[in-house]
Design a protein around this ligand. Sequence first.
Ligand code: UT7
Length: 323
Amino acid sequence: MTRRAVVTGVGHYLPERVVPNAEFETMLDTTDEWIRARSGIERRHFAAEGETTSDLATRAALAALADARLTAQDVDAIILATSTADLTFPSAATMVQAELGMTGGFAFDLQAVCAGFVYALGTANALIVSGQAHRVLVIGAETFSRIMDWTDRSTCVLFGDGAGALVLEANEGGGTSADRGILATDLHSDGRYRDLLYVDGGVSTQTTGHLRMQGNQVFRHAVEKLAATAETALDKAGLGCADVDWIVPHQANIRIIQGTARKMGMEMDRVVVTVQDHGNTSAASIPLALSVGKVRGQIKPGDLLVTEAIGGGLAWGAVVLRW
Ligand code: UT7
């Protein structure tokens, strides 16, 4: 028997305010056509004034717990993937822990920018497989609207706010790729590329800073690295692209999503796409897509999924899991 981390609940939360591309036409030299054609984004959600990352994360966590028919007291650990925590410390995860009324266990933030959720899945899997935790709440939540330079048309039209969450639970499997749960992970980073995507502020500089990105450079790395990490993760699980029911990619740009699927030899009807409605929500984009994919009836129990993401660092990776 092999201990596996199995998904038993999923949920998401999106802030009320929806901002269509047309709103940017009034403040920047841009068009709805350019944004759609270059990124596939049509609208995104922005958090209300005073609404924080931990608020979004708590709403998503409650939805995932309800889906799993559990309460927060049933959970041993919370991992919150985010680059936009409420405060420098304590972690946004401990704020979620308190909001949920969870008095035991442990909670921490994990920062790997847009790759945050695949890193968090890898970490939760390690905690569960090693027996350090039985149930882990894995959340991706972001308020990237707070780090946008609203005068920079090449970045501010691309990002949005939101949160998604999974409950992962230990389960005994047969040790084959037919098991439910996380079957393989593949994580990478290469800090030599840190200037391609970063925030030009932080605690030591006494500023929050704004996101800066050399978009076309990141784009070039993305398709190649995402297809390679997805295929490596599948290989580690003893599987290939032909076995995959759904790619659930990080939702940064429809052209990256299409290019990665093409490189993997997969049709777009096997890819969960939400970028048109959410924009790039960084670490929240994969759990949002998992939750929306389930609500749409795309993702069903027993389906083989591969999730992949790349972002600032550069940091990237993939996770293969059977739903
Ligand atoms: O999630 C983290 C990882 N991030 C990503 O994966 C993002 C990766 N990059 C991308 O998604 C794309 O590179 C972008 C959507 C950011 C840009 O698309 P692109 O096809 O790479 O365009 P570009 O950066 O090469 O720019 C093309 C042109 C430039 O004008 P010139 O120099 O050709 O005259 C830009 O100034 O488009 C211009 N441009 C815009 N025009 C209208 C840039 N932003 C805008 C805009 N509206 N909002």
